[in-house]
Design a protein around this ligand. Structure first.
Ligand SMILES: [Zn+2]
Length: 271
């Protein structure tokens, strides 16, 4: 039996929308959309049969079912063709015994599921594999998607950059919530050129050498940000800045270098 899923409004408005449409909100009321499966179709297997199927696929090498997300493909996104799936074998993270944390809470046997133990360090990989796979399928089916972007400076963007094989990393933050810009270092480690807001009092100006490993723009200046992004269309510039960023990361920001600098600072203070 063919399985299927569509977008539906969470507020219950009439109508359904294809998962292959770039739609973010209900066109009737503006509320969020959710993925709604044809549950009747999924009843063709009983609970025990589904569990058996999932167990047989779990962490095996049969593409793409070894991924703990795609091993449950029929329940996640049944319309995606296997050839379009972008997967890094996400999910399947183990449980850790949190003995001391459990004691502090008065629990004898506490185990923690740490979904961030993944290739990107971001639990968002679990959802991102579906989004990027779907975009790839939309492009294969003729949709003119030119870019994927997300409004996030943390986990989501780290994951999206990995799955979409990003050309550049952009940190358009407006305030010192990004006190240091660790995500910039993550991008530089991955040889991505960066575009970032030069937030006064933050570490961003220290991390990014403007014009060398990336471009800095005044916070909140949309025209300057657009101009910087336009410059990033230049593949040679991206490659040069990406390489310089990696050099800068290795020279100053690896764990070893940071530890050495802290040690030196303490020694200087105690002298
Ligand atoms: Zn609605």
């Amino acid at each position: 039996m063919p399985y299927s899923a569509v977008f539906r409004c969470i507020a219950g408005c009439h109508g359904e929308h294809s998962l292959e449409s770039a739609i973010y909100r209900c066109p009737t009321c503006g509320d969020l959309l959710e993925v709604s499966h044809d549950v009747e179709a999924l009843r063709d297997r009983g609970p025990a049969a589904w569990m058996k199927l999932f167990d047989e696929r779990y962490k095996r090498t049969q593409w793409p079912y070894g991924s703990a997300v795609w091993g449950k493909k029929e329940w996640v996104c049944p319309s995606i063709e296997d050839a379009h799936i972008v997967s890094m074998d996400e999910g399947g993270t183990n449980l850790f015994w949190a003995d001391r944390f459990g004691q502090s809470l008065g629990l004898e046997d506490l185990w923690v599921k740490q979904c961030g133990n993944s290739h990107t360090g971001s639990f968002k990989d679990l959802g991102m594999t579906v989004l990027v796979s779907m975009v790839r399928q939309m492009i294969a089916h003729g949709s003119s998607v030119r870019a994927i972007a997300c409004a996030s400076t943390g986990d989501t963007s780290a994951s999206l950059a990995a799955y979409a094989a990003a050309n550049a990393f952009v940190l358009p933050s407006l305030n010192r919530g990004e006190a240091f810009g660790l995500v910039l270092l993550e991008a530089m480690r991955a040889r991505l050129p960066v575009v970032a807001s030069a937030i006064e009092g933050s570490g961003i100006g220290e991390v990014v050498n403007d014009g060398d490993s990336g471009l800095l723009v005044p916070p909140g200046n949309a025209a300057a940000l657009a101009a910087a992004l336009a410059r990033m269309r230049d593949a040679d510039l991206r490659a040069r800045m990406g390489a310089r960023g990696r050099e800068r990361f290795e020279a100053s920001f690896t764990l070893e270098r940071s530890a050495q600098r802290w040690l030196q600072l303490y020694q200087d203070v105690l002298r």
